[in-house]
Design a protein around this ligand. Structure first.
Ligand code: EPZ
Length: 430
């Protein structure tokens, strides 16, 4: 199994191209099930999660072809992928596939609204928390679906004439349930109004793509989204928005290691809250024509408190990385996680590098230390694992991160992107 070896101490200098967002690409790919026409997505990142979803969509009858590569510095990054689901050959998403990736549960929306039925395995537990699906079930039931849970599967059927537009207010903000309800409502009869909807940029990107396919969605990016049902959707061409989590991760890597890096093909407005926290920690951040420049020269890292929140708050997907940065701050910082109840697995691993962190409920108290020392550590989930890489960049000596398949789920060519900027990071295959 592959491991990542980091030798800390080098500053980062250069340019890092930011990939298309994993968490936008996944729902966009699933939206292709809504039409018998071809949906073409540009800037699709090459990641394990994307490959897994390609397999899942193929199981439902999607015909998928990949071409078009963006050449940069002699390497290819983003891909253009065409999805055509002329006929849905199966409305069942089996346990073996859904259990590998929670987002695959989201096929329930398009399958139910297009085919009138869907049988989708419950995704099961997940390392970062219990992650139930009650909001999906309640929301789809509000659109008239009959839903039963049987043998670990959600069996959903639409009324004879199809789903019926309705008003549904989410009791809690959920990105995935907003994606699914929005997709399901596009082909429902009448108008659906979703209250307390997620405002994440990935929701806006999905709405933009659905509208290009002929849907009538308005209010995306606010907490009230209105969807007027249409009879059918057509194909479209859509470019996946930049990955704000990857952007924030590399910005924190530079803040940690020091240096001067341009993050290219991304937008500061996607992550204002996180950039502000990094600025307060002592890095200089400015916008360029095509992205963001981040500099930390000499100055130390200052302690900053953060609380994770739904967008536009500080993203939970950057919490672990920020904690990595705070391990080297000059004082005490508090990091509070409000989205997932068990998203602190990186704490024990960071401690192996010499970090001083104590947990009290949903808050971690991080006492900055003047030096970290490399050690063998284990990746536990996608974002936790990259926090170990960030810490490793500033640790003395060698940090060896095992279970890197977690990283491969969400970071495209991580070691290449960092190495090009002068970091000593390599993949070791046993
Ligand atoms: C998305 O997950 C992201 N995944 C997550 O990124 C991200 O951490 C999360 O949103 C929050 O921003 C993708 O986009 C593929 P939620 P999602 O539904 O949609 C609770 C990563 O590392 N909830 O917004 O699954 C839930 O338990 C991943 O890339 C219910 O209670 O998250 C959580 O506490 C990890 N009932 C909260 O809502 C439900 O039916 C927010 O979860 C659904 C959710």
């Amino acid at each position: 199994m592959d491991r990542i070896r980091i030798v800390g101490g080098n500053e980062l200098h250069g340019v890092i191209p930011i990939s298309g967002a994993k968490n936008a690409a996944l729902p966009l790919m699933i939206a292709s099930l809504l039409t018998d026409d071809t949906l073409t997505l540009e800037n699709v990142p090459h990641l394990a999660d994307v490959e897994q979803l390609i397999r899942i969509l193929g199981n439902h009858g999607a015909d998928i072809s990949v071409n078009g590569r963006r050449e940069r510095q002699g390497e290819s990054y983003a891909r253009t992928v065409h999805f055509t689901s002329r006929n849905i050959v199966s409305t069942t998403a089996p346990y073996e596939l859904v259990s590998k990736m929670r987002a695959s549960f989201w096929v329930i929306g398009p399958l139910l609204t297009r085919e009138g039925k869907a049988r989708v395995s419950l995704p099961g537990g997940c390392a970062i928390g219990t992650r139930p699906v009650d909001l999906f079930i309640e929301g789809l039931a509000a659109l008239g679906a009959n839903i039963e849970i049987d043998g670990g599967y959600v069996n959903a059927t639409a009324p004879a004439g199809g789903l019926i537009g309705a008003r549904y207010v989410f009791p809690k903000v959920s990105v995935g349930a907003t994606h699914v309800l929005m997709m399901a409502a596009t082909l429902a009869n009448g108008t659906t109004v979703l209250g307390n909807a997620a405002r994440e940029p990935e929701v806006v990107d999905l709405a933009k793509c659905l509208n290009a396919m002929g849907a009538k969605i308005s209010g995306q990016g606010t907490s009230t989204v209105t969807i007027e049902g249409v009879r059918s959707l057509s194909g479209a061409r859509h470019r996946v928005l930049p990955d704000r989590i990857e952007t924030g991760t590399y910005a924190m890597a530079v803040a940690m290691a020091g240096g001067d890096v341009i993050l290219e093909d991304t937008e500061a407005s996607l992550l204002d809250t996180a950039l502000e926290a990094i600025r307060r920690a002592g890095a200089q951040i400015s916008e360029t024509n095509s992205g963001i420049r981040i500099v930390r020269n000499g100055a130390g890292i200052k302690p900053v408190d953060i609380v994770t929140d739904p967008f536009p708050g500080f993203p939970t997907d950057l919490q672990a990385q920020f904690m990595g940065l705070m391990t080297r701050s000059s004082g005490v910082s508090h990091i509070t996680e409000t989205i997932f109840e068990n998203r602190f697995m990186h704490v024990q691993e960071l401690a192996r590098l010499g970090a001083k962190i104590s947990l009290s409920g949903q808050t971690a108290k991080v006492e900055g230390v003047s030096r970290l020392k490399g050690a063998p550590v284990m990746a536990t989930d996608l974002r936790a694992s990259v926090s170990l890489v960030i810490a490793g960049l500033a640790a003395e000596g060698e940090t060896m991160v095992s279970r890197v398949y977690h990283l491969d789920r969400g970071f495209e060519r991580l070691e290449e992107k960092l190495t090009r900027c002068g970091a000593h990071v390599e993949r070791v295959s046993d």
